[in-house]
Ligand binder design. Sequence first.
Ligand code: GAP
Length: 455
Amino acid sequence: MKVEIEKLISHLKSQGFVFQGSEIYGGLANSWDYGPLGAEVKNKLKKLWWDFFVRRNEYNIGLDSSIILNPKVWQASGHLGNFNDPLIDCKKCKSRFRADKLVEEKFADMNVGGWSNEEIEKFIKENAINCPKCDANDFTNIRQFTLMFKTNQGVVEDEASTVYLRPETAQGIFVQYKNSQRALRKKLPFGIGQIGKSFRNEITPGNFIFRTREFEQMELEFFFSPNDSNDWFEYWLDKVKFFLEKIALIDTKNYSIREHEADELAHYAKRTVDIEFEFPFGRGELWGIAHRSDFDLTQHQNHSGQDLTYLDPETNEKYLAHVIEPSVGVERLLLAIFCQSYVEEQLDNGERVVMKLPYKLAPYSVAVMPLQKQQKEKANELYKELLLDFDATFDETGNIGKRYRRQDAIGTPFCVTVDFDTESDRCVTVRNRDTMDQERIEISKLREYLLTKLI
Ligand code: GAP
């Protein structure tokens, strides 16, 4: 069953996962902050991605490049020329819309990706697509609006000091491709992964953390020889599916794969596949896998005048590497995981809200609790011991049932209770979040027990 987005937002706020940005000042449109528990989940998600796509892949290495790059990077990449959205204004109520979305929202199976502005304007007129706000059919012509966030570097605000916040982390990788390859003596094929903030002045941000103007991306640029007969696109598509299913534990019935039509491809792409997730507000892009060919390296070689070719040690040939790019937004993946994890369950003695987060993403792996005040000291001792190996928390307020519910609500996989008998039998009760089953475990075997369960 799909979770209601308003319920999810309210839960995430009350439990300290996600807060409205700048809330005490009335907020800032579509900006969100990650609270103490949200920051934990986000960091864990990034670490899982980094481990899988960078550390534990035989081909790949990592990078951390700047957000502000030389503006020539964005000329070369095509972002200053092509990274625009078609905007249209309602003359009557002055509301502004993305013209392509107006069509696609009215005709769900239409894709106007490759259409000219004139074609979209004509279609809107002929098909009586009215203003969603005031229902008038009186629009301006379409104008292109750049998504690049502009600012100035240094004290003088003029053309020469104009810089941009990066709209994707990928270009930072392309401009450091040669340095990275040389320094690490990498041979093709190899990939460079990066995690970092990106900024887009989105026209229609919204749907909670799905589309925001400031977000984080986890991108891999995988470089290979144009003569390589391996199907690297399928290789990376399989890796992405593996990560989604086996690590983020996304249910296969909640996502689907969509191949881009030729006229829908981004200016740099030869082939693109989107992994789309069934969000509560509809299906939306979660992860894109693109074949960027040698577009970016060609552009940067031409604009910088630097030789970015690779000298193949086996064939002695010089060529520009081709690139496959799996790219995902941290917050979008987080939202998919939150949507899938939020569960309301009817129990014999009431109901519970439980965040069935993958164990590796739960803010805490284990909560230690004394049954009553008398066991506080012993429980505290055990808590400190567990902290050496686990993300543990200590919970002593309210009755034990309330504490279990509280830990369910934030997704803690195991609760360990120290009770009256612990002193004599040297055992504790371990409760499982999902099954709610309880087991009596010897304290001396607790570490081993948890390590095995939390794998
Ligand atoms: N380097 C390729 C690239 O940036 P993209 O499809 O524009 O491609 C990749 O973005 C991923 O980044 C998307 O699949 C999505 O997960 C995330 N993303 C893009 N724009 C976003 C936004 N405004 N807010 C949150 N996530 C976004």
